[in-house]
Design a protein around this ligand. Sequence first.
Ligand code: SF4
Length: 442
Amino acid sequence: MDQKETESLKNVDTSPGRGSLLEKGVNRRQAIKYGIIGLAGLAGVGSTAYYVLRSARLEGTASVFKNDAPKGELWELWKKRGWVKEAYHYRKLGRNVQCQVCPNKCVLEPGDRSHCRNKVNKGGKLYTLAFGNPCAIHIDPIEKKPLLHFLPGTPVFSIATSGCSLRCLNCQNWDISQKKPEETKDARGEEVKLDRRRAAYFTREDMARLSMFPGDVVKLAEEFKCRSIAYTYSEPTSFYEYMLDTGRLARSKEIKNVWVTNGYIEQEPLRDLCQCLDAANVDLKSFSEKIYRKLNSGKLRPVLETLKTLKEHGVWFEITNLIVPTYTDKLDMIRRMCDWLLENIGPGYPLHFSRFHPQHKLDQLPPTPVGVLMEARSIAQKAGLQYVYVGNVRGIPDAETTFCPNCKKAVVERTIYLVRKMNIEGGKCKFCGTKIAGVWTA
Ligand code: SF4
């Protein structure tokens, strides 16, 4: 990201989008599709049509899967299971619909499937296919998310469906994130429900037929004594309705909600989500619009806005920056990212540099050299960030140790996902009494 880009971010309008269709970003072809031009023509306002074309922006509206929504028996089975729900944030454009959840702003004609693969236009309404049908469930240590300043040492009930809003070349969970719900779930045969007794002998086939609605998720999290539920592994924004309903219910039962995300979301759905969100780990994949486009098929600016909004709503969050050789390993870019974080977010939100391992479409690249990770950590510390970690790597001293920003003593020592020593009491350093940022007790 160059200086000009950084400057322009300072003046970003973060208010929820309420503008007209054209203000929301529609290109010329779509304008024709929606009949806007025809409408202007009918009204005899030629100059209006011209203005419409000129003011239409090219951003948003990602590529979608044409005529790929489930039909016939498959659609009926999916509905019968309860795995279909009308989407929460979308606008109708005649028979077409536009999803408003993430900056992709998918426009779907009847029968189309969204970019994230989880949403379809059926009969002029937008539906999610990813409701109550997780394809992955697990109980993880909270440190694995990674969240090192949030309820340390506690188990987190973790769920995911298929789907993702981005196309990262290095995705480590591509086998679920780049799949349709119908490729990970089987709506035929007998429905499977999970309870604590059954968990020990649960098979892959059971998983495919498992229904787990928000009430089931919350109940199981309680049974397994998890203090929080994480929406994770793929991109939870692509199963927004399932996450939000589960999150609201969990909140009412005093179970916390954790969002592990690429941060690629529009402001209005994010603000709704913040009402029940307790913590997040946000991937800040690089600090360059160009690299975001090339490596992730996304945009940087909305992710930075997400960080600001989480802060504004008092949601605890930590940031992960994966250092991918030849893509995101420029130290100068890392320096500018740290400076932006310090200025716009503050020094107290942890930053995790994560080591890349060959994955998905970048399986020919080497892992990130340890020296680069050490340099990145040093840059972030010198910039003034107080809690900087290095993850996905062995052999770096104090990679996951929390130091008091005042007396510099180790206040939390960890080995991989295990907390070995805790010198924090009441959220403060046991040695000098300085407040350590984070959520240390429920
Ligand atoms: S959440 Fe999915 S359907 Fe909605 S805009 Fe993003 S990619 Fe498209």
